[in-house]
Design a protein around this ligand. Structure first.
Ligand SMILES: [Zn+2]
Length: 236
């Protein structure tokens, strides 16, 4: 990094203090796979250790709504950590949920509605049925620790779609999830973290409280709630 860039960054960080971070997770599994999907998977031990480490360092685990409150206030005494699970895997209920409940950690799950009950296949796990079932989703939705967000119908790269197709992916998933759970949904995450100007104009017409990217680092004062960066939690 050049020295001017370094000074600019330092200055930016002084005027935009750290508020916290939103971690992006996918699956929690006893046995990680060997191929490309390995980086989407962490073990239960790694999840526990991550939570303990953040707590030892003085971070506070918050729900996505509390994170939004802190971001709008622009200050916090303890940096927050918010756990978010994308896609809607059954192991989020079977393996992650008991740990999070025991350790009293709030979390959010961003569901691709087509994956519920494996109505459409998860393309990157072609030979497995890993989508969450309706009963598990409803059980977690009833728990105040859990927030359910939406992650489109079929997990496309939105920026590859026409505005009409994008609108369908976003609005249909929202309507499906809201009628299924019987309450409004306020949070969205972009599949693959991709979007274009059309996506943003569709997102802006909804009543989302936050929409999450798939990259981008820490959250600092002044962050845009409709463009929140995340940090992928990766197990070595
Ligand atoms: Zn996803």
């Amino acid at each position: 990094m050049g020295s001017l860039q370094y000074i600019r960054r330092k200055f930016h960080n002084l005027t935009h203090p750290l508020l916290g971070r939103i971690l992006m997770l996918h699956r929690v599994v006893e046995q990680r796979s060997e191929g490309e999907n390995r980086e989407l998977e962490i073990t239960p031990e790694f999840l526990r250790r991550t939570i303990e480490t953040y707590r030892q360092q003085g971070h506070r685990f918050v729900s996505i709504d509390e994170a939004c409150d802190i971001i709008s206030k622009g200050r916090t005494n303890h940096p927050f950590v918010c756990l978010t699970f994308d896609d809607g895997y059954q192991d989020n209920y079977d393996i992650a949920y008991p740990i999070l409940k025991q350790m009293e950690v709030p979390f959010a799950i961003y569901v691709t509605t087509g994956f519920i009950d494996n109505r459409i296949p998860i393309r990157w796990y072609p030979n497995e049925k890993l989508g969450i079932n309706t009963e598990s989703l409803k059980t977690m939705d009833a728990d105040p620790l859990c927030t359910i967000g939406v992650h489109t119908v079929s997990h496309p790269k939105l920026d590859n779609l026409s505005p009409q197709e994008q609108q369908k992916e976003i609005e249909q998933s929202l309507q499906e999830l809201e009628s299924f759970l019987g309450h409004p949904i306020h949070h969205f995450s972009y599949p693959h973290g991709t979007y274009n100007a059309e996506t943003l104009s569709i997102i802006n017409k909804q009543t989302f409280r936050s929409t999450l990217l798939a990259w981008g680092g820490n959250i600092r004062r002044g962050a845009n709630p409709l463009m929140l960066p995340r940090i992928e939690l990766r197990q070595p």
